[in-house]
Design a protein. Structure first.
Lengths: 169, 94
């Protein structure tokens, strides 16, 4: 062996060194490193799971948002429709009220005109009556003769109620 | 204020007499002075006037007929009154 240049002692020492190195490496370097790698892998898996979960939640939220938007749009449409209907009703109501008020005003004006007409007619009739009585008064005063005066007195005396003064007193 | 009873009695007597005189005097208003015949007819037709003193007043504005006044009362039998009644009727009918 020595002729082959192989030193048994050195070989054994190297072998022991290697074994020692292997044991030390395995115990103090490889195990923590593998543990660290495992931990990293696990964390990576957890992150991936969380990401997946987040994506799922995001998709769900997006779906919900879309549904909500659709629902809101439908509600807005419905509200607008309702508002339009209300507006039409209010408009019709306003027009109806305005027409009613106009009719009332016209009716009132007609009534007032009628009343004024009646009042004026009454006033004219009263004026005619006043004038007629005034004329008769004037004519009687100016043109009644003494004879006629006496005839009136005679008629009054003739028709005089005998109990007239007794009743009065 | 106390009033003397004698004075009170005199005042009462005076007022009674005056009231009696007032009731006895009857004023007849006409458009011309009434004749004695007309006054007699008036007295004849109204027995209450027999004991009264008739005072005749002339007022052309009554137009015709008579107005008899005694005390605070008045009986209007004039044409003016008739015209006023006519006016009322015309007013009521319009």
């Amino acid at each position: 062996m020595e002729n082959l240049g192989i030193d048994i002692k050195l070989l054994v020492a190297q072998l022991v060194n290697f074994v020692l190195f292997f044991i030390i490496f395995k115990k103090f370097i490889a195990s923590p490193f593998i543990g660290f790698l495992n931990k990293q892998r696990k964390e990576e898996q957890e992150r991936a799971a969380a990401l997946e979960k987040a994506r799922t939640i995001e998709a769900s939220l997006t779906e919900k948002e879309l549904a909500l938007k659709k629902k809101m749009a439908a509600e807005v449409d419905e509200v607008m429709k309702s508002v339009k209907q209300d507006a039409v009703l209010v408009k019709e109501d306003i027009i109806e009220n305005a027409n009613k008020e106009a009719d009332e005003i016209i009716e009132k004006a007609k009534k007032q005109a009628g009343e004024e007409k009646v009042t004026m007619q009454k006033e004219v009739k009263n004026s005619v009556a006043d004038l007629s009585v005034l004329m008769v008064n004037h004519v009687l005063k100016e043109y009644m003769s003494d004879k006629e005066q006496k005839q009136v007195t005679a008629r009054v005396l003739k028709n005089l109620d005998k109990n007239l003064l007794n009743d009065e007193s | 204020m106390r009033v003397d009873p004698e004075l009170k009695k005199d005042l009462k007597t005076y007022l009674k007499k005056k009231l009696s005189d007032t009731h006895r005097v009857v004023t007849v208003v006409s458009t011309y002075p009434l004749t004695k015949i007309e006054l007699a007819t008036l007295k004849k037709n109204v027995p209450r006037l027999k004991d009264s003193v008739i005072k005749n007043e002339v007022d052309k504005d009554i137009l015709g007929g008579l107005i008899i006044r005694f005390g605070s009362k008045m009986i209007d039998l004039s044409l003016r009154r008739e015209l006023q009644n006519l006016k009322k009727v015309v007013y009521e009918r319009t």
